[in-house]
Design a protein around this ligand. Sequence first.
Ligand SMILES: NC(=O)C1=CN([C@@H]2O[C@H](COP(=O)(O)OP(=O)(O)OC[C@H]3O[C@@H](n4cnc5c(N)ncnc54)[C@H](OP(=O)(O)O)[C@@H]3O)[C@@H](O)[C@H]2O)[C@@H](O)CC1
Ligand SMILES: [K+]
Length: 506
Amino acid sequence: MKILTAAQTREADAYTIQEEGISSAELMERAAKAFTGWFENKFQPGGEVHIFCGPGNNGGDGLAVARLLHERNYNVQPYLVGDISKASDDFETNLERLPQDLQTIHVEQEAAIPNLIGKGSCVIDALFGTGLNRPVTGLYAKVLEALNSSGVTVTSIDIPSGLYTDSQTPEDGAIVRAQYTVSFELPKLAFLLPQHEPFVGEWHVVSIGLSQQFISEVNTNYFCTKQEDVQRLLKLRKKFSHKGLYGHALLLCGGYGKMGAAVLAARACLRSGVGLLTVQVPQAGYPILQTAVPEAMTLTDRNRKHLSELPQDIQKYDVIGTGPGIGTERVTKTAIGQLLATSSHPTVIDADAINLIAASDKLKAQLYKKKLIFTPHPKEFERLVGKVKNDYDRLQHLREFCMEYGCYVVLKGSHTAVGTPEGKVYFNTTGNSGMATGGTGDVLTGIITALVGQQYTLEEACLLGVYVHGLAADLAFPSLGDIAMTASDVIDHLPKAFLHLTQLMP
Ligand SMILES: NC(=O)C1=CN([C@@H]2O[C@H](COP(=O)(O)OP(=O)(O)OC[C@H]3O[C@@H](n4cnc5c(N)ncnc54)[C@H](OP(=O)(O)O)[C@@H]3O)[C@@H](O)[C@H]2O)[C@@H](O)CC1
Ligand SMILES: [K+]
């Protein structure tokens, strides 16, 4: 699914209006109906619904929603905020369409801002949408601050007022803190960035029938991965198939005190369909691996505690995964250096392998144009690219790093972002806070390694791997919740996650 900028969204609106021969007010009516449908499912009629409308089409949406909710017996109070003498045409149209018995209140100065504290009412925020073109200050900021401190439940139409759609919001601008955001047709880039969680809350997308042709043709660097996207990628197994068809993976993982990382990566790799798996661990890990993961073949390093060498017959493997639990000893750095210098295998690079590379210009110089997938969390990513200023800056660095080295980066987070060598970014939409626990990253390394082994392209392996990893956690959630969830629970739910995807296939 594509993510459009504010300007592209405006173009999509205009294109749709022309293509279908409808008026912009009709499109607004669709948007208001779609929002109202969501709202009715969430909130019962009864309490007061205060709707704050700005001077543009977002305010027009708010007025149309006021009329529709009023018709459905909600106790609605619309407010017109600020100078509405230059309000948009569709705002005016919807103001005129309000029924006689629905009186608006005009908030023209601070003293007129209603006090909603303790009223238990709910608020619909329709002050500004994608047409916001400067930081929110003055009276509008006072209104947003009053809403933020009132403790009422705020639902934003399209985007929280004050938040920029696709670039960093200046620090001097007020932003509403919505509990819910109901957006039209496609999610906005701002929703996917962790720094905006306090403003966006739980976001939903409702369809308003924007032109699919426009959306399919428009160029963007940002995408959201949805279930139908990964289902298209999934390869079903053939009846006459054997383990040789699904790849032989090599995991170079584990170290003294961190052999669990190798066990987790190995178990996840096997649960993700790899044909054969060999794990090389330091000598101390041999009995652990053989006992915990009987399906894997185990090689031992000459070093007792740390990764220090590559297997002799490394050529025979189809894919390599490394990093989890390996530590940053000098001998390990040498081994990773050898791997980068000598191997042409597709390789998944995680954790301490990233840290070793980040700390060495010599290793970094070996990264160009290899088949590499990095899977850093934000701190490891900063070690690779330097300190970032904010989430947009991080995205920019992600794209530049991937384009410079011709590699993939799976930047882990609530919406894990997969960067590609073409400078595209795919945000994942599965997963939950139960995954914020040690070992889930090792699991992801195992999953992606297994998928590359099964001949998925690097891009497919990243997108599918990240999706199924989050889906497994989502399927674990109903019985385990997020507090008690562990990385092993995520592995245990991988079978259900793959089944879920395959059974839904057409
Ligand atoms: N197009 C369509 O058909 C559909 C559009 N839809 C809806 O329209 C929304 C976009 O509407 P929009 O483009 O009218 O912009 P919107 O966000 O309401 O704000 C613009 C107004 O705010 C003003 N203004 C801006 N910044 C300001 C500031 N900081 N402080 C103060 N004022 C500021 C600006 O004034 P000006 O810059 O001229 O001073 C202008 O008056 C979109 O999010 C969706 O909800 C849906 O109904 C689907 C169909
Ligand atoms: K809004």
